[in-house]
Ligand binder design. Structure first.
Ligand code: F6P
Length: 526
């Protein structure tokens, strides 16, 4: 097979992209085509994707679909769902989609079993039959994990706070900076606190150090370590390490090697979500994701939401030298969605070589970032409108709010009005030819995802949409989306440097800068 940039589809796209780079090109003029919105929007259940405010015509969209076909995307989609070892550098499948198959049809007995165990744990904790060491029910749950063992559950818990069925207080600790765990523990009581150690590997140093500190906090003043059993749950694939730490075997929930960390909120890593919203609504989250799985597998490429969104990113990276894009949810509940998406996207696609080790001949993933609207409008949106960078935006908004507080409807409509006015302003701009500083050039593309309302089902659907978008891009760039060797290097080096700091052991081959930084710490640490 030709490499990506040698395919006929790529060459065709190269020439089609020229039209959008002409000085007189106006994105807004594409709307002279009467049915443009209809032609460039897609729906799945309660989600509407409006991608009409993009540099796209029927011809360029068709050419992008041709590219996907030339890159064997349909076969790659089938392969992932069938459990092929798409994570080739680690010889593993990526079967997070199996976690969302409805239990009655789910052929993976270990998944069904795990959901049953989660059910029991959630009921016991929420009904108060799970007692702390002095017989009181649990009031606070602290999830200790990092990366995928933190970002997914934390983001979803914040998003679904209005769907809470529990009186528990949930907390998330990821950072090894003592300020993070201490800031939480100072308000908690050991006898009514439960820790979830969420770590697929059970070796991640930040999580290990925080877990050890939590254990010491629990046991301080205790006469026996026996009380750990009521206060620690682990979610891990390293059951022996969890047992060695002191977690009762019955309190260890599994995660399997075929679930990548950043795709793991659907597994027992999602236990905090289940505690907050209850198992029926956790299952709704899974059902929403499953419906997107079905859409992704069985819908034609040109009507397939994740495929089309991915192709837009490939298009901008490949032909418009795009180095950055933003996700801006107009929803305070989705405050953590951009940082969750960063791990999903940048840990998966931040690669420079293809699966054969050959340099990719085009830009791969751009930097992804964002914050909620409207707040972002009063900080970085200035750069989006008038800066020199080309930054496509994904706007996400909900039509309805379930908030019944004072003026909620009015404020929600103001939120929506701002969302729509920003995509319009980015596209249209406002010429002020006599005054350059006031000239707003427009021609900035965006997608808008408009969703009927925020609920567990729709959130599951939305997250799975971005997961599959990520996979599609990996297939077209021929990248392994499921490893992260770059991150591993940092982990290794931090161990060596910690030794140098703590044991005053000199590192053999070390640059002057790092050596001087280490020395500065050694000299000043009292
Ligand atoms: O950041 C690297 C990483 O391996 C992520 O992929 C993962 O989500 C995170 O560390 C945490 O890993 P673990 O769950 O094994 O502690």
């Amino acid at each position: 097979m030709d490499t990506l940039t040698e395919t006929s589809a790529w060459k065709n796209l190269q020439s089609l992209s020229e039209e959008f780079k002409q000085e007189n090109f106006r994105l807004v003029n594409l709307f002279s085509e009467k049915n443009r919105f209809k032609s460039f929007s897609l729906t799945h259940e309660d989600l509407l994707l409006d991608f009409s405010k993009n540099f796209i015509t029927s011809e360029s969209l068709k050419a992008l679909i041709e590219l996907a076909k030339e890159c064997q995307l349909p076969a790659a989609i089938k392969a992932m769902f069938a459990g092929a070892k798409v994570n080739c550098s680690e010889d593993r499948a990526a079967l997070h989609t199996a976690l969302r198959i409805p239990e009655k049809e789910n052929p993976h007995f270990e998944i069904v079993n795990c959901l049953k165990n989660m059910d029991d744990i959630v009921s016991a904790i929420n009904l108060g039959t799970w007692k702390g060491y002095n017989g009181q029910p649990i009031r606070d749950v602290v999830n200790i994990g990092i990366g995928g063992s933190d970002l997914g559950p934390s983001m979803v818990c914040e998003a679904l706070i209005d769907f809470s069925v529990s009186d528990l207080n949930l907390h998330f600790v990821s950072n090894v900076d003592p300020a993070h765990l201490n800031g939480i523990l100072k308000n908690l009581v050991p006898a009514t606190t439960l820790f979830i150690i969420a770590s697929k590997s059970f070796t991640t140093i930040e999580t290990q150090l925080n877990a050890e500190t939590a254990k010491a906090w629990l046991l301080s003043g205790a006469e026996s370590t026996d009380l750990i059993k009521n206060h620690f749950i682990a979610v891990t694939s390293n059951i022996d390490a969890a047992k060695d730490f002191g977690v009762e075997e019955t309190n260890v929930l599994p995660i399997w090697e075929w679930v990548g960390g950043r795709f793991s909120l659907w597994s027992a890593i999602g236990l905090p979500i289940a505690l907050l919203v209850g198992m029926p609504q956790f299952r709704e989250l899974l059902a929403g994701a499953h419906s997107m799985d079905e859409h992704f597998q069985f819908t034609d490429l040109n009507e397939n939401l994740p495929v089309v969104m991915a192709l837009m990113s490939i298009w901008y990276g490949g032909f418009f030298d795009c180095h950055s894009s933003a996700i801006v949810p107009y929803s305070q509940h989705l405050k953590q969605f951009p940082s969750y998406s960063q791990q999903l996207y940048m840990e998966s696609l931040g690669k420079r070589v293809d699966i054969y080790g050959k340099e990719i001949q085009t830009n791969s993933a751009e930097v992804l970032w964002g914050t909620v609207g409207t707040s972002g409008q009063h900080s970085y949106f200035q750069l989006l409108h008038q800066g020199t960078e080309f930054i496509p935006v994904d706007f996400i908004a909900f039509i309805n709010t379930i908030d019944k507080s004072l003026n909620a409807l009015e404020r929600h409509q103001y939120l929506l009005a701002n969302c729509f006015s920003q995509s319009l302003a980015l596209m249209s701009g406002k010429p002020a030819l006599d005054q350059a500083s006031r000239n707003i050039p427009g021609n900035k593309p965006s997608n808008t995802l408009l969703i009927s309302q925020l609920n567990p089902h729709n959130l599951g659907c939305l997250i799975a949409l971005y997961e599959h978008k990520t996979y599609v891009q990996s297939v077209i760039w021929n990248i392994n989306a499921f490893d992260q060797w770059g991150v591993e290097l940092g982990k290794e080096l931090s161990k060596e440097i910690l030794n140098a700091l703590q044991l005053e052991k000199n590192l053999k081959e070390i640059d002057q800068s790092t050596a001087a930084l280490i020395d500065s710490v050694r000299e000043s640490t009292t």
